[in-house]
Design a protein around this ligand. Structure first.
Ligand code: NAD
Ligand code: MLT
Length: 310
């Protein structure tokens, strides 16, 4: 069996693949053309979020049996195409959630207190305390959209800052809201109206793409602060740009863009945006966990054994 590792995973994962006795090629930064030309030689591929596993890819992947997604979201993988060809898709939904939740809070704090902007100023050997005044979290309301794995970790952590947590998630039980100390909101509009901070933690789907846009910013509190550490475009980028410029949104913490990995977005140049290049899962702990988990899953799947996250 031959496995292609097309994006970076932790060495622990590579070692596990090697120890399985299967043939492993690590080709980081492989071009699309090279990938399409060579994928017929592989039984499995491991990717993160950049490689598009779509119809064009499947047409070339004539021997493929397994796609391993080293991470959580599978929005770069066309599931129907895999299903109709009997290709198993495995991912690591629990391996990086703590890191993503911690990064969310990092973005919320750093954008709310202008930490990166102040850091850049003093690194430039300038001293100015006047333009970086921020806001406290204590007694503020945070609206969490999507109270799943990461949303729930964010909820419990923000309660320790003394925040009032409200959440909108039409797909979970009332018990789940209670379990994580979040007041349930029946509609997104209710959540938007009441929040001082909004953070989105849904998957990217047709329903969630652009779910926070012009309509929501019209009804939001003036000076609301937003965070997107989920997927680019869940908060509409153009609408957010307008709201940041007209003062409806005071600041944004952004980890994900619509068009990754290109650093192209109207948000990048705005002073009230703190932005990172999809670093939510980039901790040593999460990457070890993700790499090891995806490697084991791909091996199990190729051997026809039970796979927990297939
Ligand atoms: P999850 O599946 O555990 O939770 C998602 C929640 O969103 C679920 O409870 C679901 O019911 C809810 N939801 C779905 N559609 C909704 C809608 N229309 N309105 C409100 N709620 C809705 O997912 P997760 O593991 O918590 O991941 C959340 C997001 O974070 C995903 O987009 C994932 O890809 C992303 N993520 C990003 C990073 C990063 O590096 N930035 C790392 C890990 C995960
Ligand atoms: C994920 O879906 O797990 C994250 O976005 C992180 C990643 O793609 O590595």
């Amino acid at each position: 069996m031959k496995i292609l590792v097309a994006e970076k995973i932790a060495q622990k994962g590579i070692d596990t693949l090697m120890e399985s006795g299967m043939e492993v090629d690590v080709k980081l930064g492989i071009t699309r053309e090279e990938l399409l030309a060579s994928i017929k030689n592989y039984d499995a591929i491991i990717v993160r979020s950049v490689t598009k596993i779509n119809e064009e890819f499947y047409e070339h992947a004539t021997n493929l049996k397994v796609v391993g997604r080293a991470g959580n979201g599978v929005d770069n993988i066309e599931m129907d195409g895999a299903t109709k060809r009997g290709i198993i898709v495995v991912n690591t939904p629990d391996a990086n959630t703590v890191s993503a939740a911690e990064h969310t809070i990092g973005l919320l704090l750093s954008s709310g207190r202008n930490i990166p902007q102040a850091n850049a100023l003093i690194k430039d050997k300038k001293w100015d305390r006047s333009k970086f005044t921020g806001v406290e979290l204590l007694n503020k309301t945070v609206g969490i959209v999507g109270l799943g794995r990461i949303g729930s970790l964010v909820a419990t952590r923000l309660q320790s800052f003394g925040m009032h947590v409200i959440a909108y998630d039409p797909y979970i039980t009332d018990e789940r809201f209670k379990k994580f100390g979040a007041e349930k909101k029946e509609t997104l509009a209710e959540l938007v109206k009441e929040s001082d901070f909004i953070t989105v933690h849904t998957p990217k789907t047709d329903e969630t793409f652009g779910m926070i846009g012009d309509e929501e910013f019209k009804i939001a509190k003036k000076g609301v602060r937003v965070v997107n550490c989920a997927r680019g475009g869940i908060i509409d980028e153009a609408a957010l740009e307008r709201a940041l410029k007209n003062g409806i949104v005071a600041s944004a913490g952004i980890d994900v863009l619509v068009d990754e990995p290109n650093p192209v977005s109207p948000l990048i140049d705005l002073d009230n945006v703190v932005i990172t290049p999809h670093l939510g899962a980039d901790t040593f702990e999460a990457q070890d966990n993700v790499g090891l988990t995806v490697a084991k899953e791909v091996i199990h799947a190729l051997r026809g054994e039970m796979v927990p996250n297939a």
